[in-house]
Design a protein around this ligand. Structure first.
Ligand SMILES: [Zn+2]
Ligand SMILES: [Zn+2]
Length: 285
C-alpha cells in the first residue's frame, strides 16, 4: 500500500461518506504531507527471514531490536503537519505543542521518542517535555511516523508467516492493533496504522489483553447501512477495535482509511463505555 494510493482511497471514501466530509477533511493535509515525504538517507531494514523469525518467536517486534535511524530533519515537516492538525481540533493544546517544538529544536526530543514501547506509543519524555496528554502525544506519532516506518520495514514484510507471531501488537513496530479485517476464508488480519504492517490473529481473543473468555468479548453491531462493520469490545480491559468483514464489503478500502473514515462507530463504542489504545484525531477534539 503506497501513500499515493492511500490518498486516493481517502478521496474515494470521502465521496461515499458525504455527510461526514466536513468532519473528516481535517485529515486531508496529513495525507498530503505523507505523500510529500521522501526517504532521504533512511534505507529499509535488510534483515533476512532468520533474523526476523528469531525475534518473532520470542514475541519481540523488530523495531525493539533494530530501531530505525530516522533523523530529526527527516521527520520535521511531518511532525509539524501533525501538530497543525491537532491545533485545528484542540486549540488549547497550542502552548504544549510549542514546548514540544522547542524541545525538538534543542534536540532533547528526537524521532525515537515517538516510537512504541511496551503498553504505549511514544515515550513519557514527550509528555514530560510538553505537558501533552498521552493520547495527543501518541496521535503525533501516528501522524508523522507512517511513511518512514512503512519504508523501513518494506523488505521484512515478506518474512512474516502466519504462525510465528501470536501477540496483539504489530510484529514490525510494536504498536497496538488499529483495525481488524475479516478476510475471504474467515481469518482475521489486524492492521497497524503506525507502520502499515498486518498480521493474522485469532478471532476468539482480545488483541489488547489476550482475553479469551467468550462472555467478555462483546459485539456491538452498528446500524443497517453499516453492514459488515462491527465494534468488538472486551469487558476484560474495556478496549475496543473496529472490524470490517470484507466478505460482505469487498469494495472497502485499506484498514487505516476505513478506521479514520468511520468516527461515528467510535462514538457508538465510547458511549458504550469502551476506549481505544490507538487514538484518532477526532477523539482529541
Ligand atoms: Zn507496525
Ligand atoms: Zn481485552
Amino acid at each position: 500500500m503506497t501513500i499515493a494510493s492511500l490518498k486516493e482511497e481517502w478521496a474515494d471514501l470521502l465521496s461515499r461518506r458525504a455527510e461526514l466530509r466536513g468532519t473528516l477533511s481535517v485529515y486531508d493535509d496529513l495525507f498530503d504531507a505523507w505523500e510529500r515525504w521522501t526517504p532521504g538517507r533512511l534505507t529499509p531494514l535488510g534483515w533476512g527471514r532468520e533474523d526476523c523469525r528469531r525475534r518473532w518467536e520470542r514475541g519481540v517486534p523488530l523495531l525493539a531490536d533494530a530501531p530505525p535511524p530516522i533523523r530529526a530533519d527527516e521527520l520535521e515537516e511531518l511532525l509539524a503537519a501533525a501538530m497543525e492538525r491537532v491545533v485545528v481540533l484542540a486549540n488549547d493544546a497550542r502552548p504544549s505543542l510549542g514546548r514540544l517544538a522547542e524541545a525538538w529544536d534543542r534536540g532533547e526530543i528526537a524521532p525515537a521518542a515517538l516510537f512504541p514501547a511496551p503498553g504505549r506509543v511514544g515515550s513519557r519524555a514527550v509528555e514530560e517535555a510538553s505537558g501533552l496528554a498521552p493520547e495527543v502525544a501518541a496521535f503525533l506519532a501516528y501522524g508523522c511516523l507512517r511513511p518512514a516506518l512503512d519504508h523501513y520495514f518494506t523488505e521484512c514484510r515478506q518474512h512474516l508467516d502466519e504462525h510465528v507471531w501470536k501477540v496483539g501488537v504489530c510484529p514490525f513496530c510494536g504498536s497496538p492493533a488499529g483495525f481488524s479485517d475479516v478476510l475471504e476464508h474467515g481469518q482475521r488480519r489486524l492492521a497497524c496504522h503506525l507502520c502499515g504492517g498486518g498480521w493474522t490473529f485469532a478471532r476468539t481473543r482480545c488483541p489488547h489483553c489476550g482475553n479469551e473468555r467468550s462472555r467478555d468479548l462483546v459485539r456491538l453491531e452498528p446500524e443497517d447501512r453499516d453492514q459488515g462493520y462491527l465494534i468488538l469490545g472486551c469487558n476484560g480491559c474495556k478496549a475496543y477495535l473496529k472490524e470490517l468483514d470484507r466478505r460482505v464489503r469487498w469494495n472497502a478500502q485499506s484498514a487505516l482509511v476505513e478506521d479514520w473514515g468511520s468516527p461515528h462507530l467510535d462514538l457508538v463504542a465510547s458511549r458504550a463505555g469502551y476506549w481505544r489504545p490507538v487514538p484518532t484525531l477526532l477523539q482529541l477534539a
